[in-house]
Design a binder for this molecule. Structure first.
Ligand SMILES: [Zn+2]
Length: 268
């Protein structure tokens, strides 16, 4: 009997469905599932968030296969804060019931992606609103996915960690993503999961090989992903198919750590 090879810990299946003909067959052929994180540049109003999150739910139910299960997260990415929310963050109230609805869905794994993309007061305020919602309403088995940017990665990651200090009770539910060799030291001592993205311009298979071989990092905490959106990430599938590191550790990074962090055993 064939089984799931891995779960892509962060991807954008909704965008791939529009942009990349080979999706989802590449995922099916490799027995890879995925977690779709919410990110939509087209959001113009508060109502658009609800419509968008509902579309993610529909997509994961539609594309999931037994050896390629898909899941989703809901939330407001720092680059997708619509104008009315930017000028009036109390409108976030209107979304709380919608978040509660999704969070009860077994295929909704939590909130994400949230976080900061740059130093910006409205991004900080919407990030904090969402963390407060998580503190009050997020069940223990659901998780929080935090984005870190390409630009000024170290500085913005530090600011994110400062904000998180007020939410220490959530640490074991948090994954900070797009962590790279240059930022992993900031996070490795904390009880927070580390997401690393194999993509052009982000981490490379050789970076992962180096981390694992140096043995400086607790590989139980690292979850790999493609962040594939406009196109399928070749470095991710290169890593899946080739032998950069031992099969045992590779399976941990692409499957077991994800299954245990998100409690996905019952879906496999
Ligand atoms: Zn993403």
């Amino acid at each position: 009997m064939s089984e799931t090879t891995g779960i892509d810990g962060h991807m954008h299946g909704d965008i791939l469905l529009r942009m990349e003909k080979k999706f989802p067959s590449i995922y099916y052929n490799n027995h890879i599932g995925g977690i779709i994180w919410a990110y939509n540049e087209k959001i113009k109003s508060i109502e658009d968030y609800s419509t968008y999150w509902k579309s993610l739910r529909d997509i994961v139910y539609h594309i999931s296969r037994p050896t390629s299960p898909f899941f989703y997260k809901v939330g407001i990415h720092p680059r997708t804060i619509c104008y009315e929310l930017k000028i009036n963050n109390s409108l976030f109230e209107e979304l709380k019931k919608v978040l509660e609805y999704h969070i009860k869905d077994p295929r909704c794994l939590g909130i994400g992606e949230i976080g900061l993309d740059e130093k910006d007061s409205s991004q900080e305020s919407i990030f904090i609103e969402q963390l407060k919602w998580c503190r009050d309403f997020l069940p223990q088995d659901k998780k929080i996915g935090i984005h870190t940017p390409r630009k000024n990665k170290k500085e913005i990651t530090k600011r994110i960690l400062e904000i998180l200090e007020d939410f220490k009770g959530l640490y074991d539910q948090i994954i900070i993503d797009h962590v790279e060799i240059t930022t992993i030291d900031l996070i490795k001592e904390l009880n927070i999961q580390i997401g690393m993205t194999l993509q052009q311009g982000k981490s490379t298979p050789m970076d992962i090989k180096k981390l694992v071989e140096e043995g400086l990092y607790n590989t139980d905490k690292i979850i790999l992903n493609s962040d594939g959106g406009k196109k399928i990430s070749n470095p991710y599938f290169d890593f899946i198919k080739n032998k950069y590191i031992s099969n045992e550790i590779k399976t941990k990074l692409i499957k077991h750590n994800i299954v245990s962090f998100y409690k996905l055993e019952r879906f496999l």
